[in-house]
Structures are given as C-alpha cells and as structure tokens.
Ligand binder design. Structure first.
Ligand SMILES: NC(=O)C1=CN([C@@H]2O[C@H](COP(=O)(O)OP(=O)(O)OC[C@H]3O[C@@H](n4cnc5c(N)ncnc54)[C@H](O)[C@@H]3O)[C@@H](O)[C@H]2O)[C@@H](O)CC1
Ligand SMILES: [K+]
Length: 481
C-alpha cells in the first residue's frame, strides 16, 4: 500500500524528530537519499553536469546539499538561486565548499545531464512564481528529479493552480504526499522514490492500494458457502432504449464475487439471452426478490426515478450510477436521509457537478474544474451526501463519509469508453453484495476494473466495455497471484 500524508501530518512528525536529533540531521538524510537516486540515474557521476534549481526554503536546502554530495563525487554542479537573498545558507555553503558554482544562465538547464528541482516543496502553494516559470517550458536533455514534490504541484491535493515543473522522478521524504498520487499532480511526479528519514507517521490521509492489499480483501468462497451466502446482487439498469447498459452491468456483476445476479428492469430478455445464469424480472426493485445490494441507474432512462426510489427504500446497500445520479441530483442529499444501509455513488465529473448543484441549489460547477480538484470534489460529495463516493476519471478517487480517502493506481485512459462505467457499477455492486463495505467494494472494483482495462488494451490499443468485462477474471487472477 502506498500511504500519503498531508503537509500538516508531515510537519508534526518532523517536529517530534527534530526535537530529538542534532540540527540538520533530517536534511542530511534527505540529501543523502536524493544524491543516491541521482547517482543511479546518471550513467556516471564523475564529469556529469548537474543543475540545481534552488528556491528559498528547505526544499532548496535539500537540493543544494545533494548537489554538494554529487560535486564531491566529481560532478560539475551549478546552482540557479531563484531567491538569492533568502537561499538556504548552509546548503549553499556546502555546495560552494564542494566545488559547485552559482549561475544565472538559464541555458544550463538544457545542457544538464540531470536537473534537481528544489524550487519549492511542502511549503509551496499556488503554482510556480513568475521567476521560476520559464524552467517549466525549457527543453531538457537529462531527467528532472523533483525534491519531495514537483514544484508548482499542491502537495495536499495534487492540484496545479498555475505552472508546475514536470519531473521524471520525484524523491519523496518519509512518505508520499497526496498530490503525488492524484492527477494532475501525479502526472507531474513521474516515478516516485521514497526516502526513509525516520519519521513516525500517523494514519495516512490517502491510501493507494496494491495487489497484496486487494488479495486480502477479495471474497473467497468457503466449501460450505452456497450462492445465497455469497450474496445476491440486484441490478436495476437498462431500458427499452438502453438495453446494453443492463447487459454490461450484469456482465460486471457476474464477475464480482456475488453468488447470484438478479436483474430487475425492461431489458430482461436481452440480459437472459446473453447471460442465462441471471435471475430476471421485468418490474422494479420493490417487486424483485431479496438481494444483499442494489445497483441502480446505468441506462435506466425514464425509469430511473422509480427504480431509484424503490432501491433506496430497501434496507440493503445501494450503488447509484449514471441516470440514478442525475435523478438523485434533482432531490439532493434529502433522498438519502432515511437510509439505514450505506450508499455508494459512482459519478464521473459531469455527474459530480450535478450532484453538487443538488446540494447548493446553484448552477453546476464546470466539470473540468472538478477534474482538476479531484480530492476536494470527492470529499465534498461524500460529506454532503453522507455516502461513499467513487469519482471516476484520470485517477479515480474514493472518499468515505468518515473522511477516509483512497486513490486507484490501476487506471488507463482507454477505460474512458462507452459502457465501461456500467461494468464498474455491476462489479462494485457485486462486491457490496458479497459483504465488502462500500469503501472496500469501491476500492476493489476500481482496481480490478483498471487492471482489466490495461489487460484488455494490451500494448495500448483501444478497448470496449465488453472486453473489459471479459478481462475481469484475469484481473482477479493477477491480484490473487
Ligand atoms: N518536513 C520534513 O520532514 C523535512 C523537510 N525537508 C524539506 O523541506 C521542505 C519544506 O521546506 P520549507 O518549509 O522551507 O518549505 P519549501 O522549501 O517547500 O518552500 C518554502 C519557501 O518557498 C517559497 N514559496 C512558497 N510558495 C512558492 C511558490 N509557489 N513558488 C516559489 N516559491 C514559493 C516561500 O517563500 C518559502 O520561502 C520539504 O519539502 C523537504 O524538501 C527535508 O529537509 C527533510 C525533512
Ligand atoms: K521541488
């Protein structure tokens, strides 16, 4: 599991350690880790050209100290001081003593075999300042290594409010910062290396799950478990106009670990033709038999309001997607007020905008703005609707109403394809029915769906939602090892 801590959490942990250790110890640890990573990236340190971009804080200090260590190993190290009057004095002194030099020549950027971005770290807000902005656009020859965070990326949110420096590698101290795991910040970070500097950290603010975390969570039937004990998932999706959404949601549900899939809606004929193992009925959720979780909304069209009302009136977990979300946005959080079981909402940013409008009563915000502020958007929705929210997109973010946040590391842009969300909804609903709580069900579904998408698009070819559904068993297998 990758764990990310907020700036506040890191600062608190740092303060505890600083009080115990001689001054400068943490920076020395950080600089040593940084220099070691740089040395691995360079064909050879001796004789290579390294440029340090040093801002006014300790981030610049780390970079200057690392530059000094590389200079001692024979690198030719130059430093651009973006705020010379406030530069980290000890760092600069170390660099000069090791034979490094200060330069004001921007051309060094393009000549360097490696650039160390120490402009700003966790003390930064608001994108790069004007004096640093030109570096974001310059041609580069060697890798850019970000110190702790790519400068210009908000460490807590991954937002890039202006210009940021794109890194090939980020060397993060002690822990990931949320902004390294969430786009757009994550896409600026490149490959992230962690350097242990001895911090004792609390529960992470954001987690990104990996294979081993998932493997421990996925339902595994025991010898005695019959189909009912494994859970029955109800799918209220599709309509005469959109039967395909029903078929895809059922396809996802059949591969989510529930013991049986019950379909309730207008596309029963198509569903049973494609998947004869499905239990079907043509009415709504209220008239269907017992289930352990409902999925409502994909392709529901005009039937969405009725299906949503019936599903929400049931005492089991409900996943609301697509047309169900549009309907929910009309009423706002009030529609969930009487629920006794949890609710999971799975919006893309357009639907998230409508859901937020359902809270504020104002016009929906621009979906692009929400995409640029993914963590904040998921958290706001989870708090307002008191529901778990899976916000789809480039870095899917899952936020629980209690504050826990997870981000999915397995996505691929090819998943942004028609029907892909229907498969995800069915899959997540199936995991809910199998007994996972909404946060775990959403985490596991996003992860498996992402892996399946990657698998189906092997080598980066476009995929269809049907192919994603077919690749799900392979994704389970990969996770289970
Ligand atoms: N917290 C920790 O545990 C440790 C922190 N270390 C380093 O210290 C860094 C934090 O140092 P600081 O608190 O001094 O903060 P930073 O060095 O991240 O930045 C603060 C400085 O940057 C300037 N600044 C703020 N926003 C800016 C922007 N948008 N563009 C340009 N300049 C901007 C401010 O005027 C301030 O002087 C970490 O990122 C890490 O690199 C390490 O030395 C090791 C230990
Ligand atoms: K930086």
């Amino acid at each position: 599991m990758r764990r990310a801590h907020t700036v506040q959490q890191v600062r608190a942990a740092e303060a505890v350690l600083m009080a115990r250790l001689p001054e400068g110890t943490l920076m020395q640890r950080a600089a040593a880790g940084l220099a070691a990573t740089c040395a691995r990236l360079l064909p050879r340190v001796y004789g290579s050209r390294v440029l340090v971009l040093a801002g006014s804080g300790d981030n610049g200090g780390d970079a200057l100290h690392a530059g000094a260590l590389l200079a001692r190993r024979g690198a030719s190290v130059r430093a651009v001081l973006l705020a010379p009057e406030r530069v980290h004095a000890a760092g600069l002194a170390a660099l000069l003593a090791a034979g490094g030099r200060v330069t004001a020549d921007q051309g060094e950027f393009g000549r360097a075999d490696l650039v160390l971005d120490g402009i700003v770290g966790i003390g930064g807000r608001g994108g790069l300042r004007p004096e640093a902005q030109p570096y974001a656009a310059l041609e580069r020859r060697g890798p850019v290594v970000a110190v702790d965070v790519p400068s210009g990326v908000d460490p807590d949110t991954g937002e890039v409010p202006g210009v940021a420096l794109r890194a090939d590698v980020t060397v993060a101290f002690g822990t990931y910062k949320p902004g390294l795991l969430v786009d757009p910040g994550a896409s600026y970070a490149g490959v992230v290396h962690l350097v242990d500097i001895g911090l004792t950290l609390p529960e992470p603010a954001v987690q990104a799950w990996q294979h081993a975390d998932l493997a421990a969570l996925l339902p595994a039937p025991s010898a005695e478990s019959d189909k009912y004990r494994r859970g029955v998932v109800g799918i209220a999706a599709g309509s005469a106009r959109y039967p395909g959404a029903a078929v895809l949601a059922v396809a996802g549900a059949l591969r989510g670990g529930a013991g049986a899939v019950r379909y309730a809606g207008r596309a029963a004929e198509e569903v049973v033709r494609r998947f004869p193992e499905t239990l079907v009925s043509e009415g709504g959720p209220a008239a269907a038999g017992r289930v352990q979780a409902w999925v409502v909304g994909p392709g529901s069209g005009e039937g969405a309001a009725q299906a949503l009302a019936e599903a929400l009136a049931s005492p089991v977990p409900v996943l609301v997607d697509a047309d169900g979300l549009t309907e929910l946005a009309r009423t706002g959080p009030a529609a969930l007020a009487g629920r006794t079981a949890p609710t999971l909402l799975t919006p893309h940013t357009g639907e998230a905008a409508r859901l937020l409008a359902g809270v504020s009563g104002q016009a929906p915000p621009a979906a692009d703005d929400l995409a640029a502020a993914r963590l904040a958007t998921a958290r706001r929705l989870a708090a307002a609707y008191r529901a778990t929210v899976l916000l789809k997109g480039s870095t899917t973010v899952i936020a629980a109403p209690g504050g826990a946040v997870r981000v999915n590391p397995t996505g691929t842009p090819w998943l942004a394809t028609a029907g892909s969300g229907d498969v995800l909804a069915g899959l997540a609903g199936s995991l809910l029915a199998a007994g996972l709580d909404p946060l775990d069900a959403a985490t596991a579904a996003a992860y498996l769906h992402g892996l399946a998408g990657r698998e189906a698009s092997a080598g980066g070819v476009p995929v269809t939602a049907t192919e994603v559904a077919r690749a799900l068993p392979g994704a389970w297998g990969a996770v289970r090892g």
